[in-house]
Ligand binder design. Structure first.
Ligand SMILES: Nc1nc2c(c(=O)[nH]1)N[C@H]1C(S)=C(S)[C@@H](COP(=O)(O)OP(=O)(O)OC[C@H]3O[C@@H](n4cnc5c(N)ncnc54)[C@H](O)[C@@H]3O)O[C@H]1N2
Ligand code: MOO
Length: 395
């Protein structure tokens, strides 16, 4: 049995390199950018008025002009006007192009306008209230580097540089496979010895958060069926997430079937709780990665977040988030297991405290709704005390 750090390192050394695809701008939220996105023009692309008022030339000001004859009106969306006289002005609206020969804007509140003349009511600074061409960034600047996670702010930038189609990283094709004869469909009524299957639905929902629409399949604990189905699944998908059938039971066929399908075991069993019987491997010819999670709901859920999410981030070329919280309670961790403890976090005066939630073992899926993540407690003799900073894995 290997320890958590070894298991984690092994998982991360088997990442995949995903291809790229083009998706429409409206469908790229949450995806990973596969190209650098450059400014296709200066930002802003022209000298832009930032107030509604008048545009004047500072040369007129220098010559002592304080009352300006209104020559015309420039509104946003109009081509650039020209200011013809130093003692004239052009009324200008926010977002309009500052006229040629003008270099200063004065807002209406600082003016008295009467009979086609605008008089300054207070001192004016040259170049005020203009957002100058290229003052944010110049043409050719990298606005979004490759591997950026696309969110609402990024979509605004992509739109402004004309990307109606965006090159993004492909997400892996994932198949979620649950196993177990006791498991029935959600819509069925369980007999006393049966339970409704929930793990696959939880996993599919978690994958949706990563913009992955997984296929879900349930298999009975029959070796021949599992072998036949998995043989096809391995050929069709990049990643298989299994739940159940990996411990020591007489009907836990997954490790044996994997072996028969030439899926190379990277490791089986990790010194951790929950999720000790976790099996991880790769089919080298097909390059299919197999995460075979122990079936207890909390074990599946914890292993998905502890191992699969970092694996996905690394495969997609994005940073693995490493968070820390302050422990709000004391806990013992017996050797040699690393513990992933469900916690509920609370921000108290800018510090994120994590309080362990009440739970009843890895079969207790009801506890999962009371937590927002796991803290990772490596094994040590000394108990973990309130106030210690520990790694936190959000769920
Ligand atoms: N002799 C040993 N027995 C067990 C060991 C061990 O080391 N030696 N490890 C225990 C640990 S730890 C875990 S975790 C479980 C994992 O077992 P399996 O991966 O083989 O999972 P199953 O036996 O198929 O199921 C376990 C449990 O979870 C329920 N389950 C499974 N799939 C689902 C699902 N899709 N939705 C809801 N619930 C599910 C299943 O009904 C079982 O109750 O093994 C221990 N045993
Ligand atoms: O992997 Mo198990 O979760 O300790 O019941």
């Amino acid at each position: 049995m290997i320890n958590y750090d070894e298991a984690y390192a092994n998982v991360l050394s088997h990442t995949l390199d995903f291809d790229q695809e083009s998706v429409s701008l409206g469908h790229c939220n949450g995806r990973i950018l596969a190209e650098d996105v450059l400014a296709d023009r200066d930002f802003p692309p022209f000298d832009r008025a930032t107030k509604d008022g008048i545009a004047i030339s500072s040369k007129g000001l220098e010559k002592g002009v304080r009352t300006f004859k209104i020559e015309g009106v420039a509104s946003a969306g109009m081509p650039q006007h020209t200011l013809h006289e130093l003692h004239n002005c052009i009324e200008i609206m926010t977002g309009a192009v500052v006229p040629k020969n003008a270099d200063t804007v004065v807002m209406y509140e600082h003016l008295n306008i009467k009979d086609g003349m605008a008089t300054l009511l207070q001192d004016v600074k040259k170049a005020q209230d203009i957002h100058f061409k290229g003052s944010d960034v110049v043409l050719g600047t990298v606005l979004l580097p490759k591997n950026t996670i696309i969110g609402p702010a990024e979509i605004g930038i992509l739109a402004s540089v004309g990307k109606s189609e965006v090159r993004v990283k492909k997400t892996p094709k994932v198949c979620v496979v649950s196993t177990g004869n006791e498991l029935i469909a959600v819509s069925e009524t369980p007999l006393p010895h049966q339970i409704r299957r929930s793990n696959a639905l939880s996993l599919c929902a978690a994958l949706q958060k990563e913009k992955i629409e997984a296929t879900s399949i349930h298999l009975k604990d029959e070796k021949a069926t599992i072998k036949k189905e998995l043989s096809q699944i391995l050929k069709t998908y990049d990643v298989v997430l299994l739940s159940g059938g990996v411990s020591k039971g007489k009907f836990d066929f997954i490790p044996e079937v994997m072996d028969s399908l030439k899926v190379k075991k990277v490791f089986h069993r990790v010194a951790q709780k929950p999720g000790k019987p976790f099996w991880f491997g790769i089919q080298p010819t097909l390059k299919t990665i197999v995460f075979s999670f122990p079936g207890n709901p909390v074990s599946t859920f914890a292993n998905y977040h502890v191992y699969f999410i970092p694996w996905l981030c690394r495969s997609l070329g994005i940073e693995i988030s490493r968070e820390e919280v302050v422990l709000d309670g004391s806990l013992e961790v017996h050797l040699p297991l690393t513990r992933f403890v469900q916690v509920k976090t609370e921000n108290k005066k800018g510090v994120l405290w994590a309080r362990p939630v009440r739970e009843n073992g890895s079969g207790d899926l009801t506890s999962l709704v009371h937590s927002d993540g796991f803290i990772c407690l490596r094994p040590r003799e000394k108990a973990y005390e309130k106030g210690e900073v520990v790694p936190y894995i959000p769920t």
